[in-house]
Write a protein that binds this ligand. Structure first.
Ligand SMILES: [Zn+2]
Length: 241
């Protein structure tokens, strides 16, 4: 049977001498695995289709539930992410997020749309790739049920001014009166920057890095997911400072 699916390559592992097994996030079927033959040989026609970030319409031959890529028409390679380290790690974080949170064969059209939109902004956008990543993470966390609550104190509901605390177990923020043993004080500018990104406003690089540090801390503590590309991205910011 032949099957056509629109998908983005999340990664692949070597299989035999010249083949690879790809992990592809598809619009129609969620994440799927597929073998692709001969792509490690020089000049292989489908080499591009085995590259991480490749967005293509894939043609598979399906035999007893196993897919083999037989063709692919490129939609976007998001090429600029390969030429800039910040873009590379931002796009890598998006891909790793999908790998950790998307379950095999479960369709998620919303997450697919978020992923394509984030990769486009990171690759080609005029604005900061870090801000595009924060925007993605805020929406994607919401989609998988781990959204942050940025609407004031999560206990009393009041607007927060002055000192502010983040509770990584609820994903909420609290005022000084409602902090508890698990809350950690954060910089007010980080909270404001997160709200600005959520409202579609841009924020400076310095505050974008602060937001990503908080999101990294949250991902490690709440869903317990460590995203290596995000670590590298934050490491890069530390070196720039
Ligand atoms: Zn409160």
């Amino acid at each position: 049977m032949e099957e056509k699916l629109n998908g983005i390559v999340l990664g692949g592992v070597s299989y035999g001498e010249n083949d690879k097994i790809l992990n592809i996030f598809t619009l129609e079927k969620g994440t799927v695995s597929a073998k692709i033959k001969g792509v490690k040989k020089g000049g292989a026609k489908l080499k591009f289709a085995a590259e991480r970030f490749c967005f293509a319409e894939f043609v598979f031959s399906v035999k007893s539930d196993k897919r083999t890529v037989t063709g692919a028409s490129l939609i976007d390679s998001f090429y600029p992410v390969r030429e800039d380290l910040v873009k590379f790690y931002c796009a890598g974080t998006v891909i790793e997020f999908i790998k950790r949170f998307e379950i095999e064969n479960i369709v998620s059209a919303d997450m697919f749309a978020l992923t394509v939109s984030a990769l486009k902004k990171i690759a080609y956008g005029n604005d900061s790739p870090r801000v595009a990543l924060i925007e993605f993470l805020l929406s994607a966390l919401k989609t998988v049920g781990y959204g942050l609550n940025l609407e004031g104190c999560h206990v009393c509901g009041n607007h927060i001014d002055g000192r502010i605390f983040f509770d990584c177990f609820s994903g909420g923020f609290s005022c000084e009166n409602h902090k508890d043993g698990f809350s950690r004080e954060i910089n007010y500018a980080t909270y404001l920057a997160l709200r600005n990104v959520e409202d579609g406003e841009t924020v400076g690089e310095f505050n974008a890095v602060r937001c990503l540090r908080l999101l990294d801390f949250y991902l490690i503590n709440k869903p317990e997911e460590k995203l290596n590309s995000l670590k590298e991205l934050l490491q890069l910011a530390t070196e720039e400072e």
